[in-house]
Design a protein around this ligand. Structure first.
Ligand code: GTP
Ligand code: MG
Length: 407
């Protein structure tokens, strides 16, 4: 049953898709509101949708909602509108995931990345299907009829035709991994000896004077955190107490807080003033995190330094930008990730897809057709899981719990 009968006592619905001023009447209230009616299937969810734009008084809205409750209408659960849109085929899974990311985006780059994913299915998925389909048919025919009917699968031709697919999948996987970092925001910890310039760099990246900077060693004690976007990179930055041998109890407490920050970081920026060596104490502290430590030379305005050298007080940070792109985005610029898939689910499936193509294209050309047939099926199935067409993915609850009410 449509929505109109439920609402007949409250309001006369306007023409479909035409905004109209109407008076809503209930319990002695008379509310002039803008009313919109989208009959299914041409609506967001595919079902009848009615929108009331009332005055913003929360009490008024509560009273209206309470009255709607007596008419048999309840509040939507988080993401329920979009869930219905998905189940009614109005939106694809990739689009829904993009929408969730758009709603949750904190920075300009995150908004742009989510918007770029929100449209139609990526072209490479459509193209991949077109390329795979005829080979699947041929492989199945070779398995079913094979030698009896002289139907053979020419694996050399298959490999030649599908080689570009392998390359695309790998490129898209790489872009998606970078996109995933941008989507989640990068956790960067700034560590080093006192006066290494940590807080100066922290402030420069944050674009505001958040941390106190002085030339007195041991200025920063607490861990400071700031979320920001620096040159297109969404960051969660952590400034920490300088690490050194000291009897000062407050500094020691500060240093004790560095460990958990190191644990949680995606990347640790180890600041060493140009021309110096890292102290043994810091080297020992960073030993367990070696894989994610990036050495950054500070005070490059005082003496030239090799590698990633910066002078944060002068805003000279280009070398750091390049190094972050290299380490975290595989050398891609943030803009190069526009349109890339980016959720954990998507990145994992893309990785499997790329591996599946590697297996297929590395087969011996004289192998029995059952092997390529099952690998082609596997790749096809992964594409279906990626776009949500298989409907077997139990991930929907997790997905929709990330939505807010009213979406
Ligand atoms: N010339 C120059 N001075 C810098 C640079 N970076 C920081 N400074 C100065 O060095 C001093 C120490 O900088 P901070 O950023 O407070 O150093 P820190 O590592 O946070 O020090 P603690 O909080 O004590 O551990 C300040 O006087 C800064 O202005 C740089 O790249 N070049
Ligand atoms: Mg400091």
């Amino acid at each position: 049953m449509g929505l109109a009968p439920f609402l007949s006592s409250l309001v006369a619905l306007p023409e479909p898709r035409r905004a109209a001023l109407r008076v809503l009447r209930w319990d002695g209230f008379r509310e002039r509101a803008l009313v919109l009616f989208f009959p299914g299937p041409h609506s967001y969810t595919g079902e009848d949708v009615v929108e009331f734009q009332t005055h913003g008084n929360p009490l008024l809205v509560r009273r209206l909602l309470r009255h709607l409750g007596t008419l048999g209408i309840r509040l939507a659960e988080p993401g329920e509108f979009t869930r219905r849109a998905l189940l009614n085929g109005k939106q694809g899974l990739l689009e829904v995931e993009a929408l969730r990311d758009l709603v949750g985006a904190d920075t300009d780059t995150q908004v742009r990345l989510a918007q770029a994913r929100a449209g139609a299915e990526p072209g490479w998925i459509t193209e991949a299907r077109l390329r795979l389909k005829p080979w699947m048919a041929q492989a199945e025919a070779a398995v079913d009829y094979g030698e009896d009917e002289s139907i053979y699968l020419n694996l050399e031709d298959l490999m030649c035709d599908l080689e570009p697919l392998r390359a695309w999948f790998h490129v898209e996987h790489r872009r998606a991994q970078a996109g995933q970092h941008l989507r989640d925001g990068l956790r960067l910890a700034v560590v080093g000896r006192p006066n290494a310039g940590k807080s100066t760099l922290f402030n420069a990246l944050a674009g505001e004077e958040r941390a106190i900077v002085t030339d007195i060693p041991g200025t920063t004690r607490d861990v400071l955190e700031v979320r920001c976007e620096w040159r297109g990179l969404p960051l969660r930055l952590f400034d920490t107490a300088g690490i050194r041998d000291t009897e000062n109890p407050v500094e020691r407490l500060g240093m004790a807080r560095v460990g958990p920050v190191l644990e949680a970081a995606d990347l640790v920026l180890h600041l060493i003033p140009a021309g110096e060596q890292a102290t043994e104490l810091i080297q020992t502290t960073l030993l367990p995190f070696q894989g994610k430590v990036l050495e950054v030379r500070t005070f490059s305005d005082k003496s030239p330094a090799p590698g990633v050298a910066v002078a944060a007080n002068l805003g000279d940070l280009d070398a750091l930008e390049a190094a972050l792109q290299e380490r975290l985005l595989g050398g891609l610029a943030p803009d190069a990730c526009l349109g890339a898939l980016a959720t954990d689910r998507q990145v994992e499936l893309l990785g499997e897809l790329a591996r599946q193509m590697d297996l297929l294209l590395d087969l011996r050309t004289d192998c029995p057709p059952e092997l390529p047939a099952s690998m082609l099926q596997g790749a096809w199935g992964l594409l279906a899981r990626l776009t949500g067409e298989d409907r077997a993915d139990g991930a929907l609850d997790a997905l929709f719990s990330g939505f807010c009410l009213g979406k």
